[in-house]
Write a protein that binds this ligand. Structure first.
Ligand code: ROI
Length: 170
C-alpha cells in the first residue's frame, strides 16, 4: 500500500556530555529511521537555559524529515534515541544529554496524554523558532498561522534565550 509521506520537524537540545556531538549523533539516528529521510538541518544554535540558570548553556538545532511513520511512532523513536544517548530525567527543566521534541507533523494537530503537536513552545522559545525559521521561513503552524507573524506578536522578553547561530553541522 501507498503510505503518504509527511514533513516533520524535530527540535533537538543538549547541554551535557559534548552537546554538539550529542546533536550530531541524534541527527544521524533520525536519518537512519525506517521509512524516513533527513532532508535538512538548521545548523547549531547556542542559547541560555530556559529553566534553572545553574546549568550549562544549550546547543539547539532543528531537523526536517520526510517520513512515512505516523506521528506517534515517530515520537516513540525519538524517545528511544534519547534513551540510547543516556538521557536521564533529573530535575524539572534541568540539564540533559539530548532532548528530541516533535515540533510539527504535516498539518496534523494532536493532543494526547504524551504528545502535543504542534509543540506548544514553538512561538515562545527563540531556540526553537530561530532554527525552524532558518530551514523554513514561511512555515505555517496548523491552527495558528505563519510562524513569522506569531513570533513578531509575542513579547520578546518572553521568547529571549539569547539564541544565536553557531555554525553548520558537518
Ligand atoms: N533551554 C534551552 N536554551 N534549550 C533547550 O533545548 C532547553 N530544553 C529544555 C529546557 C530545560 C526547558 N530548557 C532549555 O527542555
Amino acid at each position: 500500500v501507498l503510505v503518504p509521506m509527511q514533513l516533520a520537524y524535530i527540535g533537538l537540545g543538549s547541554n551535557l556530555e559534548q552537546p554538539r556531538e550529542q546533536i550530531k549523533r541524534a541527527l544521524q539516528s533520525l536519518g537512519e529511521l525506517p521509512e524516513t529521510k533527513l532532508l535538512d538541518d538548521s545548523g547549531f544554535y547556542e542559547s541560555k537555559p530556559m529553566g534553572p540558570s545553574d546549568q550549562p548553556d544549550y546547543v539547539n538545532a532543528v531537523a526536517e524529515l520526510e517520513t512515512a511513520l505516523d506521528a506517534e511512532t515517530l515520537f516513540r523513536h525519538c524517545q528511544s534515541i534519547e534513551q540510547q544517548q543516556g538521557r536521564i530525567r533529573q530535575r524539572h527543566w534541568g540539564e540533559r544529554t539530548i532532548d528530541l521534541d516533535v515540533l510539527l507533523y504535516g498539518q496534523e494537530q494532536i493532543d494526547t496524554t504524551d504528545l502535543t503537536v504542534p509543540h506548544p513552545g514553538i512561538g515562545q522559545r527563540d531556540f526553537v523558532y530561530l532554527p525552524l525559521l532558518k530551514i523554513s521561513p514561511d512555515i505555517v503552524i496548523p491552527g495558528k498561522g505563519a510562524l513569522k507573524e506569531i513570533v513578531q506578536s509575542c513579547a520578546s522578553d518572553e521568547t529571549d534565550y539569547a539564541c544565536t547561530f553557531a555554525g553548520n553541522i558537518k
